[in-house]
Structures are given as structure tokens and as C-alpha cells.
Design a protein. Structure first.
Length: 674
């Protein structure tokens, strides 16, 4: 009875909203405004009503009122591209062309299918005398305008987060148009957003088979391969794109990105250099160039490029966060003032605001203003958490299933399975636990090379999980007991073969994907001679370090003190299980021990790996190699003890973390700080 009443109430509200929209469409903005104001009395945060009211105010020439409503709409629904589009119209109406351009550009960052925004940008750029930008915007407008109405609707629904409806409409369209390339691209994009990358790859592989010279489909295919970290294949696709259109600068840049992925930095940097000369106002281009420079240790050049990125787009939060993420950078007063202005501006998109929060948190921490720093970290985490679909209890269940199904009996029954290659050294644990330091130490040895955080094990686990309905358990790890021994050997051999693209000939190589700790049983079954190192750090230090880190992707469990504490507790429980069923298999290296007695711990690690001692491992900070994690600059310096207990500066706000860690803290007693 109650639910029925709520549904009826919602239907009545929607009917009244539709009636108010009708007033606007029929040329009566005054009645639309009155109707919207009346509706807001009972639904003050309804984004549809707020949008309607803003448009009505604009039609009536009430620009100040319209801007006020738009500001509230941005707060209520931060990622709604149409609110920025409406702001663009308002800025245009008040003669603020430059602000109108920024507003339309912000709208398109959130929803690049807003045909009207592309049209207005084309006109505004032409008016400003920028023929190149005008032509580019007009080309985007014309491309969208030529789409079937159903697919344009799908694109808009995707941008506004209505993915289930978008997929339904797209699949319905594809039934009648099974080889429509744009429809296939959209369906693949929906797969990417849902994390079903194998589906997306299959769809796009089919699309390029249907139309081998369709560069848009091939571009998407390259990007999906890249996301799946199939870098050799994505690099090959970038070469095909360049063969199809040798003068296409976008394809050159894509080729540079793929070159970076396979470690070919110098050719990539040459492409970036030429590209920024031609497109100095392209903020994202400056950013990727800076990332590449940072990775190979050319930090002063990277800093210059990050600054050019925010010069090109002043509210570019990622440029500021990337500077903070160097860990050694000190912001200027002007940079701090700019960040504070942008983080509080209603026009700043949520994604940029998240980056500003984390960057300002790092700055305030450097200034020893810990209360202000925590406030920024907390807000950044809140915003990011709202963007994600992370379920901490579901993750706990998945980790418990490893304990339940990969037991001593299974390990003994499958003894002798897998590929006997000794090449891989897995460094795993939690992010910010010192894994990058251990990798740098080991990769300084003449017989070992560092690679990347490789996706191969997690991809195999996903594949073994099979297709399933929502809330249905995956087949993995329960199905490990049914896999033929021959299959386990094939999986191990495939891992060795598929990772060759990241290697240059050393006998041993490192995979430092932290989350591989979830799959140690699988690793042992397919690669029984692999070495496994658990990088562990005090839970308070590790968890808080993760909480204040904005990751490029993944690690969704870090965006809340409760969530990260629960994850650490589950990690310790699962590692205890692996120690029980695989005694002596895993070497545990405590970060604090490495800091206290570096050489002894290095000798211990090398002994475990069966490697002779080399002084270069002690002098790891002098090793020149690319490092792609947030700790890249820190591992190029000697070890300092000053960072061990930085979390204590934030102790007054960390009770939720301590509560979530629970009994784990008894294993790591909180001694008095010195």
C-alpha cells in the first residue's frame, strides 16, 4: 500500500513536470516558471524541475535568477552536462562569449553528445576568429546530427548515467541493424563502462572485421585492447591507424600512448613534442607528455609540462594533482590560490574538484595544517566514493570464498600442476605498502627486471568466473577443483608468453599488481615455481596512505576509512589462510623492517629468490628505469624514516579506521609515538 502510494505520487509529480515543460515548449515561459516554482516547494532538489526553471528564467531575460538556479542544479547533480550547456546559453545572452565557450566545453566534457553545444562552439569559435576550432566543433556537430535518433538518444543516456536503459535501447536498435558500426561502438562502450571488457573487445573486433577501414571502430578497438593491457596488440592497432591516415595527428598521439605502454619512451616523446607545438592549448596532451617524462625520471621537464596543462585549462584538476602526486613538489602561492578558487567554484566539474581536493590535502599536509588537510582528503574521498559502486561487504564475501574453496585438500590434489617456469616474482599486498620500493630494489639486480602492475592474473580470474547474473556468485574459485591439470599448465604457459612484451631478456621479472594477493592459490596452481612476496605495512600507516591517495583507476576500497579498514582486515585473514595451505611459499616483508635495516632485508629477499647479493640492490635509488606508480619519485631517493608514522598527525580523525580494523590492530599494537 505504501509503495503503491509512493509510485502514484511519483507519477503525479512527473505528470506536472511534463505539463510545465509543455508550457515552455508552447511559448509560455511565465506559466512554466510559475509551475516550476510551485513544484519546487515539495521537491526542492529535483534536478528536472531546476533545469526547467533555469530555462524559463532565461527565456524571460531573468539572467541573474537563472544563474542562481544553475548553480544549485550543479550542486544537486554535479555531472549533468545540460546544466553547463544552459550556463553557456546564459553567458551568451549576457555577452560573455569567453565564459560561454568555457561553459559549452564543460558541458561537452560531461556529455559529448550535446549537439547544441557543438553547434554553439562552432559559432563562437568562428566569431572569435579561430577557424580551426570552429571547423572541429562543426565536424562533431555534423557527425552527431547524422546519427539515427535512437543512437543519439543512447549516447545522451550514457552520458547521464542511465546505462541500463541505454543498453536496452541500443540492443533493440541492433536487432534490426546487426552490422551498424556506430551501434556496435556504443554497445562496446556500454560494455567498457560495465567492466565487461571481453565483450567490448569481441564486438569491436567484429566491427573492424566488417569495416577494416573504419578508423573510428579501430580506434575504439585499440583503446579496449589498451584497457585490457594487451599492449602489443593495441600498439599494432595504432600502427594500422597510422597506415590508414598517416597525417592524422590524433592517431600519432594514440601511437605515442601505445609506445609508452610498451616502454618505447623516446619515440613517444618526440611525437608529443611535435604535437604540443601544433596544439599548445591541448591540456590533456601536455598531461600525458608530463606523465611520460615523470615515468622515466625527467622530473623538471614533467613539472613544466604539468604547468602548461593547467595554463591551457586553468580548472584542470588532474594537472595540479599530478604535481602533488610527485610527492616532492611544493606548490607556489599562486598555484594554491588557483586551486582554492577552482575547488569552490560551482562551475568546476566534479572530476576536477576531486583532483583539487586531494592536491590541496597534500599541500595542507606539507604545511602541517593537518585539520585542513584531513578536511580536503575527506571531501575528495566522499566525492569519489559517490562516483563508484563499491560494496565492501561483497568484497569481503569474495575474499572469504578463496578461503572456503582453495583449501589444503585442493592444493594437495593439484600438486604437480601448472607450468614449471621460475621466471615470475610476484610482489603483492595492498597499495602504499612499499611494493614499489621492493620492486625497485629487486629490479636493480642484474638478473631481474621490473615490468608493470600486470593484469594477467586478475583477467584470468575474471575469465574463470564466467558470465553470471547480478548477485550470482562467480564460478571461480570453486571451479578450480574441476579444471584439468593440462588446463592449469596451459594457463601458466600463457602467462609467461603473454608477458614477454614487457621483458627485455633478464631471467626473472616482477609483476607487482597488489591485488594479486586475492589469487595466490591460482598463481600457485598455474606457476608453482613462481616467487611470491607479500609487501606489508602497519595497518594505520598503510590504510591512511591509501585514503589520501587518488588512484588513476581501481582500488575502489580506498575511498573511505571504514572501507579501507575492512579491506585490510580481510587481506590479513586471507594471507593467514595462504600461509596455512602453502607453508613457506610466501615471503612476508614488513616495510618498517626494510626502513630499519635495509641491507639485511635485501639479503633476506635475495636469498628467498635464489639470487646472489649485488650492491646495486642497496643503491636502488641510483637505478635508472621507468616507474609508473605514485611512489615513482620516492623510490629514486634513499630510504628515510620520516614517513613511517605520518598517519599519527591525523590520529584525531581516524577512529572509524581503527574500528574497522578491529582485532588486526592487536597484531600491530599502537606504541606511543616518539
Amino acid at each position: 500500500m505504501s509503495n503503491g502510494g509512493q509510485e502514484a505520487s511519483g507519477e503525479v509529480l512527473q505528470e506536472k513536470i511534463d505539463e510545465a515543460i509543455g508550457f515552455l515548449q508552447n511559448g509560455n515561459p511565465e506559466r512554466a516558471k510559475s509551475a516550476a516554482l510551485a513544484l519546487l516547494e515539495n521537491a526542492p532538489d529535483n534536478d528536472e524541475i531546476l533545469y526547467l526553471l533555469a530555462v524559463a528564467h532565461r527565456y524571460l531575460g531573468e539572467h541573474a535568477q537563472a544563474i542562481s538556479v544553475i548553480d544549485k542544479l550543479k550542486s544537486v547533480r554535479p555531472g549533468f552536462g545540460r546544466s553547463f550547456q544552459e550556463e553557456g546559453y546564459l553567458r551568451l545572452a549576457t555577452g560573455e562569449d569567453a565564459k560561454a565557450i568555457v561553459a559549452f566545453q564543460n558541458a561537452l566534457k560531461l556529455n559529448n553528445s550535446l549537439v547544441a553545444s557543438w553547434k554553439m562552439l562552432a559559432q563562437l569559435h568562428a566569431k572569435a576568429g579561430d577557424a580551426t576550432a570552429s571547423a572541429a566543433a562543426l565536424a562533431e556537430h555534423d557527425k552527431l546530427a547524422a546519427l539515427p535518433a535512437e543512437l543519439l538518444s543512447v549516447r545522451n543516456m550514457m552520458a547521464e548515467g542511465r546505462l541500463l536503459v541505454a543498453e536496452r535501447v541500443c540492443r533493440y536498435f541492433m536487432r534490426s541493424n546487426p552490422k551498424h558500426i556506430e551501434g556496435m561502438r556504443l554497445l562496446a562502450d556500454l560494455g567498457v563502462r560495465a567492466g565487461v571488457l571481453d565483450d567490448a573487445e569481441f564486438i569491436l573486433e567484429s566491427a573492424v572485421a566488417f569495416e577494416p577501414e573504419n578508423v573510428f571502430a579501430r580506434f575504439d578497438y585499440m583503446n579496449v585492447l589498451y584497457r585490457r593491457q594487451k599492449y602489443a596488440q593495441s600498439f599494432a592497432q595504432s600502427e594500422l591507424l597510422l597506415n590508414l591516415e598517416p597525417e592524422n595527428l590524433d592517431f600519432e598521439i594514440a601511437h605515442a600512448n601505445q609506445s609508452v605502454a610498451i616502454g618505447e619512451f623516446e619515440p613517444a616523446l618526440e611525437i608529443y613534442r611535435r604535437a604540443v607545438e601544433q596544439m599548445p592549448a591541448n591540456a590533456e596532451l601536455h598531461l600525458v607528455r608530463a606523465h611520460a617524462l615523470k615515468t622515466i625520471g625527467r622530473v623538471p621537464e614533467a613539472i613544466e609540462s604539468y604547468r602548461k596543462a593547467y595554463d591551457a585549462r586553468p580548472a584542470f584538476g588532474d594537472a595540479y594533482w599530478s604535481l602533488a602526486n610527485l610527492k616532492t613538489y611544493i606548490f607556489t602561492e599562486d598555484e594554491v590560490a588557483a586551486m582554492e578558487e577552482h575547488v569552490s567554484a560551482s562551475s568546476t566539474p566534479t572530476e576536477d574538484r576531486v583532483h583539487f581536493c586531494f592536491a590541496l590535502g597534500k599541500h595542507r599536509e606539507d604545511q602541517s595544517d593537518y585539520a585542513a588537510a584531513f578536511a580536503q582528503y575527506q571531501e575528495g574521498n566522499r566525492l569519489r566514493r559517490e562516483q563508484l559502486q563499491y560494496d565492501a561487504d561483497d568484497m569481503s564475501l569474495r575474499l572469504r570464498q578463496q578461503e572456503e574453496h582453495v583449501d589444503q585438500a585442493l592444493i594437495e590434489e593439484r600438486s604437480g600442476s601448472g607450468c614449471d617456469a621460475p621466471d615470475p616474482i610476484f610482489i603483492l599486498g595492498l597499495p602504499r605498502a612499499g611494493s614499489t620500493l621492493l620492486e625497485q630494489i629487486l629490479a636493480s639486480h642484474s638478473q631481474v627486471e621490473g615490468t608493470l602492475e600486470l593484469p594477467n592474473i586478475s583477467s584470468l580470474a575474471f575469465e574463470l568466473g564466467g558470465r553470471r547474473r547480478v548477485n550470482q556468485d562467480p564460478a571461480y574459485p570453486a571451479n578450480l577443483a574441476q579444471l584439468p591439470l593440462e588446463k592449469l599448465r596451459e594457463f601458466g604457459e600463457a602467462f609467461i608468453e603473454d608477458t614477454r612484451v614487457h621483458r627485455s631478456g633478464a631471467p626473472f621479472f616482477i609483476d607487482k599488481m597488489p591485488n594479486n594477493f586475492r589469487h595466490i592459490g591460482l598463481i600457485h596452481l598455474i606457476l608453482p615455481n613462481a616467487k611470491i612476496i607479500d609487501a606489508r605495512r602497519h595497518p594505520m600507516a598503510c590504510c591512511f596512505s591509501g585514503f589520501k591517495q587518488l588512484f588513476a583507476s581501481g582500488q575502489e576500497f580506498t575511498y573511505g576509512l571504514k572501507e579501507i579498514g575492512q579491506y585490510y582486515r580481510d587481506y590479513v585473514s586471507l594471507m593467514d589462510h595462504w600461509d596455512n595451505v602453502l607453508p613457506g611459499k610466501i615471503l612476508r616483508v614488513q616495510y618498517e623492517d626494510v626502513v630499519a635495516d635495509t641491507e639485511s632485508q635485501i639479503r633476506r629477499i635475495l636469498d628467498y629468490c635464489g639470487l646472489p647479493f649485488e650492491q646495486a640492490c642497496v643503491d636502488f635509488h641510483q637505478t635508472e628505469r621507468s616507474v609508473r606508480t605514485p611512489s615513482s619519485e620516492q623510490v629514486r631517493q634513499p630510504i628515510f624514516k620520516s614517513g613511517l608514522e605520518q598517519w599519527r598527525n591525523f590520529d584525531p580523525w581516524l577512529d572509524p579506521l581503527k574500528d574497522a580494523l578491529g582485532p588486526v590492530l592487536e597484531r600491530y599494537p599502537l606504541a606511543e609515538s616518539k
